[in-house]
Write a protein that binds this ligand. Structure first.
Ligand code: ADP
Ligand code: MG
Length: 325
């Protein structure tokens, strides 16, 4: 099988028929041609997954196809952009047809769910590496920038945090979970849910947002730096709200806090909004069928303050993931 057969068999599908599709020209020419809605800003982002670094060679290719696109859609979600299409750059050591069939199935299933067609890419031999680039659109002034948090804002997190890290710790052998609990945590690590609908619903409601890839605290710090402000997190939320799973709540306190506050790979949204927008945030959560939990507030004073359930400063230190640290 040559490169072109491979692209035709696994990555080319019949052109979208809808007149509303932004894809004027898809796979097969020198470039794809997309038509964003007039007046909208083009949002674009790219994320790589490298074998041994981001995933193990044993991972189910169906889940890998999902995750490769999910982590990119999560970036569109975090800026409040609607997906338009994506590109796939794929390096692999040899042609493994069952692997390709499953990988493309996982990728296309998520692409279809979000109306984000694959419009092109590149295919080459090399160590297994997957790079996806996404394109989306957002109206000028509506993007959820990291720099827009304001002192007094409420701080929220979507869905649940910590389970992806918990699954990783089980793989590393530092934690153990029963079969079902492990499968649920593993699903969160291997098949994250990009919060695209929530990001769209938060346009004009939230001030700042970011997606949690390196850990809640580490990613929140990016908002604080960009917005030149600080924050306080009431860490009791880890134990007394639905923002963590029942399984995570059963861990020893320090481990639960570490997974929830410093664990990466959850791809939830952390965002800020004015207290006067609490109703609107609630409506956005309902409209997007995504749970959101208020976990703290933005302060004028720089720095991040973590309070224990008694309102006292938390002694535990947390790091966030850094590939070059
Ligand atoms: P070029 O030589 O212009 O780079 P290629 O021969 O690499 O073109 O690719 C041919 C067509 O197939 C292009 O439209 C390209 O975008 C698309 N393509 C290549 N690899 C992939 C892939 N993994 N997924 C989707 N489209 C791909
Ligand atoms: Mg090429």
């Amino acid at each position: 099988m040559n490169e072109f057969d491979l692209i035709a068999r696994y990555f080319t599908r019949s052109a979208p028929t809808s007149a509303a599709s932004p894809v004027t020209l898809g796979i097969g020419d020198d470039c794809a041609l997309l038509q964003p809605t007039p007046g909208m800003l083009l949002a674009t982002s790219t994320d790589m997954l490298v074998e041994g670094r981001h995933f193990l060679s044993t991972v189910d290719p169906l889940k890998l196809g999902h995750k490769a696109l999910a982590v990119n859609l999560s970036d569109l979600a975090a800026i409040g952009a609607r997906p338009l299409g994506c590109l796939l750059a794929l390096a692999m050591p040899q042609v493994d047809e069952p692997w390709l069939a499953q990988f493309s199935r996982g990728l296309f299933a998520l692409a279809d769910l979000h109306g984000c067609p694959l419009v092109g890419g590149d295919t080459t031999r090399g160590p297994l590496t997957i790079g996806v680039t996404v394109f989306g659109e957002v109206a000028p002034g509506q993007a959820l920038l990291r720099s827009r948090a304001q002192p007094g804002d409420d701080l929220y997190v979507s869905g649940t945090v910590g389970d992806a890290r918990l699954a990783l710790e089980v793989f590393r052998g530092t934690q153990s979970l029963s079969g079902q609990a492990f499968e649920r945590a593993r699903e969160r690590m291997e098949r994250p849910t990009p919060r695209v609908a929530l990001g769209l619903a938060l346009r004009g409601v939230a001030h700042a947002a970011i997606d949690v890839s390196d850990g809640l605290i580490g990613d929140l710090r990016h908002i604080l730096t960009a917005s030149r402000c600080g924050a306080t997190i009431a860490t009791g939320f880890v134990f007394d709200t639905d923002a963590t799973s029942p399984t995570l709540k059963q861990l020893p306190t320090a481990a639960a806090l570490d997974c929830a506050l410093a664990g990466g790979d959850d791809y939830e949204l952390v965002f800020t909004a004015s207290p006067s927008a609490r109703d609107a945030v609630h409506q956005a959560a309902l409209a997007s069928q995504t749970q959101v939990t208020r976990i703290g507030q933005i302060d004028a004073e720089p720095g991040l303050r973590l309070l224990d359930p008694h309102g006292q400063p938390l002694a535990q230190r947390f790091g966030s993931f850094d590939h070059f640290a």
